[in-house]
Design a binder for this molecule. Structure first.
Ligand code: ES4
Ligand code: ZN
Length: 322
């Protein structure tokens, strides 16, 4: 209880949250009703019971189905506003929020509808928030390039681009050109790597895409050379403990490698990934890890400091938040 309150009270930044993954079953049903969409599940309870995943793909299938209720700018606004309220309650001071435009444009929802609704909620608070547009790696790079073109009129609403969805079989190199173009536009660069995929994908995210943070990256410990490099460069890893258990990257929280990552001198952070699907927001992730692993007050402080150090904020803002 003492631990829970300490983790709760700590100011923190959240750097790995897919806004579509914050869509709670209750809101999915409300939006379906509002938009006259029929769902494959009869009730909120039945939907939640389907949240029993065996790997990343089994999750993604249900995550994309859930996002299909998002049609209007108001829908995107309501989803984002709900996340920001929950993050504020966890003492998140700043969030860098992923969204997946292709999940929406592929269904005929205009790019502007999605980004304008998400952006408007971020402007209204109650916490600082910025947006990272992710490309879906299971789709061709041409689709990602077209998405970047669609984003150009909204350039000022974005701080960066990322890469998500099915990892294995879709290495970072596949997206070399679109990341190069994003780099020319002055956008920050991140990518999911080493979640289910091999350490080699972390190397190529760094060497080919020139990313500034690795999302997940937990599989880096399979490669001691890579660990040395990540430590030397203070490359941030946005670790998501509950996600890793739900998607069976680790069997149980007691075998998660968060403590080993910190001991190796890596700039690990704790984040929620898809909180509506994985059983909790950022504080639930801290608490689950701290209850299962040999982590103490100093580790908690280090993780929170890491979260601000790795944020795409100027030095003065970081200091003000901490
Ligand atoms: C995701 Cl956990 C995870 N991994 C890859 N892509 C994603 N999109 C949403 N959640
Ligand atoms: Zn993710």
């Amino acid at each position: 209880e003492q631990l829970r309150r300490r983790l709760q009270a700590m100011p923190k930044a959240e750097l790995h949250i897919h806004i579509e993954g914050s869509l709670e079953p209750e809101l999915i049903f409300e939006l379906a009703q509002r938009n006259g969409i029929s769902l494959a599940y009869p009730s909120v309870e039945a939907l939640r019971q389907a949240y029993d995943f065996t790997d990343l793909q089994s999750f993604l299938d249900i995550y994309y189905a859930g996002a299909s209720v998002l049609l209007t700018e108001q829908d995107f606004y309501d989803m984002t506003a709900a996340y920001l309220r929950r993050a504020a309650a966890d003492n998140v001071r700043h969030a860098e929020i992923f969204f997946d435009p292709q999940t929406h444009t592929a269904r005929g929802v205009p790019f502007g509808t999605a980004i304008n609704g998400i952006w408007r909620a971020c402007q209204e608070g109650p916490i600082s928030a910025s947006l990272i547009m992710c490309f879906l790696r299971h789709l061709p790079e041409e689709d990602a390039l077209a998405t970047l073109e669609q984003a150009l009129p909204h350039r000022d609403k974005l701080i960066g681009v990322g890469l998500d969805s099915s990892e294995v079989g879709h290495p970072p190199e596949k997206f070399a050109r679109v990341f190069e173009r994003a780099r020319e536009l002055g956008l920050h660069l991140v990518a999911h790597a080493g979640e289910e995929g091999p350490p080699a994908y972390i190397d190529s995210a760094l060497d080919v895409l020139h990313v500034e943070r690795i999302d997940h990256g937990v599989r880096c410990l399979d490669d001691p050379q890579l660990v040395q490099r990540l430590a030397r460069e203070r490359m941030a890893l946005t670790v998501c403990p509950l996600s890793n258990i739900k998607l069976r990257v680790f069997d149980v929280m007691g075998s998660h490698n968060l403590r080993r990552l910190l001991d190796a001198g890596l700039a690990a952070t704790v984040n929620s990934d898809d909180p509506a699907y994985f059983g909790g927001y950022v504080n639930a992730n801290y608490l689950a890890a701290f209850e299962a692993l040999p982590l103490d007050e100093r580790h908690a402080r280090q993780l929170a400091v890491n979260s601000f150090e790795a944020a795409f904020l100027d030095a003065d803002s970081k200091r003000a938040f901490l």
